[in-house]
Design a protein around this ligand. Structure first.
Ligand code: 6PG
Length: 235
């Protein structure tokens, strides 16, 4: 079982996640001249993105993707793209072509098709993200892979659309990377904060969990769980 890195406060958790991002970016750029990262949505990563915005990185070599997106316009308050744009992307010298967002303003199917095509073009085949950042919901979901979702059984596609409204609020359709695309990454870092996550995190840490977050296990890559003490309180 991968080690659990527990931090006293969300601030220390965020700093550790930033250090992980910086290390992954440096290694990827040194090895391949570019760094591909899939950002997590939700609220936890906002502080991380704000911290990264103050870093002096080779942003020209960094390509931003998303693990999932709500099917909303990019300027909607609940858009994962908007959260990243507000906290990071508009604050750094990033070429627009380095932003590979999921086009939430389109129909779920069309957004998924376009994103899948973008992944294929970027890698010339199957995606292998240098880093995938993930959060975990209180129900054990990650990205937009929810417990019991048919999307969990998808083995051919790297991107899929959940046509029907998915929790948590806002109850809108979603587009998400599949477990196959996530588990093909060189590294996955989970950021989990808050007592509300404790029950499911403990379940996953006991092993054998079929919760979506528990099924993230890179085939040829590293998995890092960065959690705060509240989230780890039942582990
Ligand atoms: C989303 C995210 C989702 C998120 C978890 C945790 O679109 O909501 O991709 O998977 O990471 O729900 O969200 P919090 O960080 O807000 O707890």
């Amino acid at each position: 079982m991968n080690p659990l890195h527990i931090f006293e406060t969300p601030q220390l958790l965020t700093r550790a996640a930033a250090d992980g991002f910086l290390a992954a970016a440096a290694a990827a750029i040194a090895a391949r001249g570019r760094f591909s990262v899939a950002l997590a949505g939700g609220s936890t990563p906002r502080a991380l993105y704000a911290l990264l915005a103050a870093e002096n990185l080779d942003w020209q070599a960094i390509h931003f993707f998303w693990g999932d997106e709500r099917c909303l316009p990019p300027d909607h308050p609940e858009s994962n793209y908007r959260m990243a744009a507000e906290s990071l992307l508009t604050k750094i010298p990033l070429p627009p072509e380095n932003i590979h967002r999921i086009m939430g303003e389109l129909s779920p199917q069309l957004a998924a098709e376009k994103y899948q095509r973008n992944l294929r073009v970027f890698w010339g085949g199957a995606p292998r993200f240098d880093l995938v950042l993930l959060g975990m919901g209180e129900d054990g979901h990650t990205a937009s892979l929810f417990p019991g979702s048919p999307a969990l059984a998808e083995t051919l596609r790297w991107v899929t659309a959940l046509e029907h409204a998915a929790p948590p609020p806002p109850l809108v359709s979603r587009v998400t990377l599949t477990l196959g695309a996530i588990n093909a990454a060189r590294q996955v870092i989970f950021l989990v904060s808050g007592a509300g996550k404790a029950k499911r995190l403990a379940e996953i840490r006991r092993g054998g969990s079929q919760l979506p977050a528990g099924r993230v296990q890179p085939l040829d890559g590293d998995l890092l769980w960065l959690v705060d003490q509240s989230a780890a309180s039942l582990c």
